[in-house]
Design a protein around this ligand. Structure first.
Ligand code: AMP
Ligand code: MG
Length: 406
């Protein structure tokens, strides 16, 4: 097992991520889906356009199509017809003529410029032009967005709403995507009660699965929810075995540290393998990664903020790779600390913060209240992570720091 030299027993985040990625074999089976069903799915093949977009030169304005050189000689032309989007003017524009044209209509033969309506007057089929635009003005050229034969979207791209429109715009209605990754979700703990039921003494409401399910819904996954499992070794073992044989990835939360009812590590040692189980991250030190039957396994800490943050920082890169998606670096910005930010060296800290522009228009950030790993409101009301490196200590007011907007 790998250890950080600076902090014995705790694996630095980047080492943890590298260890995980080395062990991830992306799912490669693919299937065809309609574009209506393709949101969040990962492309299994490049998308190549068989057409130009736009397919023909067309007008970017409502106005008049004409021959540029005619305007230089004479500022009055005769109106000879109309071109609408979907209803072209099917004759030649000749000397001294102009055609009324609407946005999206094909540029008629002979015309080489469109003059916007606002710069014209019309009287008795005679159109007068107040300005001479440049040759080619207000014409959208065939293929200026996409060229025939061009790779429009590369395989491994996760489809967003804009990509769906792009695919539709080249006439494609079905795409080959990687099959959904099967993810098992298990909450562990005797105290966990489903929302809606009465709480008995010592119990709390189970909440992590709701955040995790929602976070997972932005990936191309199929979720197998195994519900809440008691801190009972046999029951846990049965559930883990089942999840491990059905899923590509099993995510549990709770029971991963060293308390008396923390069985996750012990069960993994029996049913699979643990690669590491302590990461130099705050919140979220106990985070286990390993193998369970054929599935990868991530054991998240039970504390709600910890499970959320470790999902975002550690599970996300793994899941992206497992889904066959290109790994995207999440962007960060630099802001100034609006107050002292307290931090002890030893673990990278993902504090929940609020960033805003101060009176000088400068980006500043402050921690959002109490930072305890059980304080879910710290994350719900925040708008960013404040990223503090493993070795960093307190940060003085006015110093710069990396932030990552939610
Ligand atoms: P554990 O990691 O099992 O020691 O749990 C750490 C803390 O997180 C305890 O206070 C648990 O009650 C709480 N916890 C564990 N799992 C959940 C969950 N699914 N939802 C909300 N709180 C949880
Ligand atoms: Mg527990």
């Amino acid at each position: 097992m790998l250890h950080s030299c600076e902090t014995p027993g705790l694996l630095p985040i980047q080492a943890a991520i590298s260890n995980m990625l080395k062990n991830v074999h992306p799912v490669s089976e693919s299937e065809w889906v309609d574009i209506e069903e393709a949101l969040e799915r990962v492309l299994a093949e490049d998308i190549i356009s068989t057409i130009n977009v736009p397919p023909a030169d067309n007008s970017a304005m409502d106005g008049y199509a004409l021959r540029h050189k005619d305007l230089i000689e004479n500022n009055q032309l005769t109106l000879v017809g109309t071109a609408l989007a979907g209803a072209p003017y099917n004759a030649q524009v000749s000397a001294g003529q102009c055609v009324r044209i609407m946005t999206g209509a094909i540029i008629p033969e002979g015309a080489d410029v469109v003059v916007m309506q606002e710069n014209t007057n019309i009287h008795d089929k005679q159109v007068t032009f107040q300005q001479i635009p440049k040759l080619g003005n207000s014409i959208r050229r065939a293929g200026e967005d996409i060229k025939k034969g061009q790779v429009v979207i590369e395989k491994g791209t996760q489809l967003t709403p804009a990509y769906l429109a792009l695919i539709a715009s080249i006439g494609i209605s079905e795409v080959a995507v990687i099959r959904r990754v099967k993810v098992g979700l298990i909450a562990t703990g005797d105290e966990l009660t489903p929302p809606g039921e009465a709480l008995v003494e010592g119990a709390i409401y189970e909440s992590n699965r709701y955040a995790l399910t929602a976070l997972l819904s932005t990936f191309a996954v199929e979720i197998f929810d195994f519900g809440i499992i008691k801190d009972n070794k046999e029951q846990l073992k049965t559930t883990f075995e089942q999840a491990g044989s059905h899923c590509d990835l099993v995510i549990s939360c709770g029971g991963v540290s060293v308390g008396e009812a923390d069985y996750v590590k012990e069960i993994l040692d029996q049913l699979g393998q643990i690669n590491f189980w302590k990461v130099a991250i705050k919140p979220g030190k106990p985070f286990a990664f390993g193998q369970l039957n054929n599935a990868l396994f991530c054991g998240l800490p039970g504390n709600p903020v910890s499970s959320y943050v470790t999902f975002e920082t550690l599970v996300t890169p793994l899941l992206n790779q497992l889904c066959g998606a290109k790994i995207k670096e999440r962007p960060y910005f630099i802001a100034r600390a609006a107050c002292t930010i307290y931090k002890r060296p030893g673990r990278a800290d993902y504090q929940r913060g609020i960033f805003y522009r101060d009176d000088n228009g400068e980006l500043v950030v402050k921690p959002n209240g109490k930072q305890g790993s059980g304080i879910m409101s710290s994350i719900a009301n925040a708008n960013c992570y404040i990223l503090l490196g493993q070795d960093s200590g307190n940060l003085e007011q006015g110093n710069t720091v990396k932030i990552q907007p939610f």
